[in-house]
Design a protein around this ligand. Structure first.
Ligand SMILES: [Zn+2]
Length: 233
């Protein structure tokens, strides 16, 4: 047992780890309780993209209820250990896809937001995913070249306008990404504006983008209806 493990055991005795969604006590940091696991709505593997520039959007779960609480904890409550859980889950759902790509590119945060938060949750997720696949690289070469307003509360059209032209590839990444099959990684997909802006920036430099891989995806109403019908059948 390392010194770090000993410290962690001590800390866990005083402040037991809690479920990221409902805050019930659980056995390990980054774990979910059984009832929250049971509430996650897993998605079919081939939920296609609905934006023209992106070949596919691949998600593990539907972005509602428990999934929303998990994403909030991962993003805003410093629950960085969730990256390991979400990365493992996403790998299990999309291992075939991950075995077909060369490089993961996390959706970037603006440097000011990165400084305030202390970490980029999408980069943590990409790093965890890369640990499951031999020779899968992570390239943090996509950069937000201007600070955009928070997307929350904006209409779909306003979100797209807000992010248009906000991403660029840095000089070093241009050569790193040449000739590679790339998958974008983000924690959540809502309007598609963020992945669209990232895809455009990569494609502008001739990068082969296979799609976007996200932990949770908000589904259009018609898709939720289709899935309910499939369940009833
Ligand atoms: Zn829970």
């Amino acid at each position: 047992m390392t010194l770090k493990d000993v410290v962690e055991v001590g800390v866990n005795c005083v402040w037991p780890p809690t479920c990221a969604a409902c805050r019930q006590v659980v056995q390990a940091n980054g774990a979910l309780c059984q009832s929250c696991w049971a509430e996650l709505q897993f998605l079919p593997h081939n939920v296609a993209g609905d934006i023209d520039s992106l070949p596919g959007v691949y998600a593990a779960v539907c972005y509602d209820g428990v999934a929303q609480e998990i994403v909030k904890a991962f993003k805003f409550r410093q629950k960085v250990r969730l990256g390991r859980t979400l990365g493992a889950l996403l790998y299990l759902c999309h291992r075939d896809l991950l075995n077909c790509v060369d490089c993961l590119v996390p959706v970037p945060l603006h440097r000011q937001r990165l400084f305030e938060r202390g970490y980029n949750q999408s980069a943590l997720l990409a790093k965890e995913l890369s640990l499951h696949v031999k020779e899968l690289e992570v390239c943090n070469g996509l950069v937000r070249n201007r600070k955009t307003s928070q997307q929350i509360g904006l209409s779909r059209a306003a979100r797209w306008k807000n992010l248009s032209g906000s991403m660029v590839i840095d000089e070093i990444a241009r050569s790193d990404l040449a000739g590679k099959r790339v998958l974008l990684v983000d924690d959540v997909y809502t309007s598609g504006a963020t992945l669209h802006a990232c895809t455009r920036a990569l494609q502008h430099e001739g990068v082969d983008v296979l799609g976007g891989l996200v932990f949770a995806r908000a589904l259009p109403e018609r898709m939720v209806l289709d899935m309910d019908l499939q369940k009833d059948n």
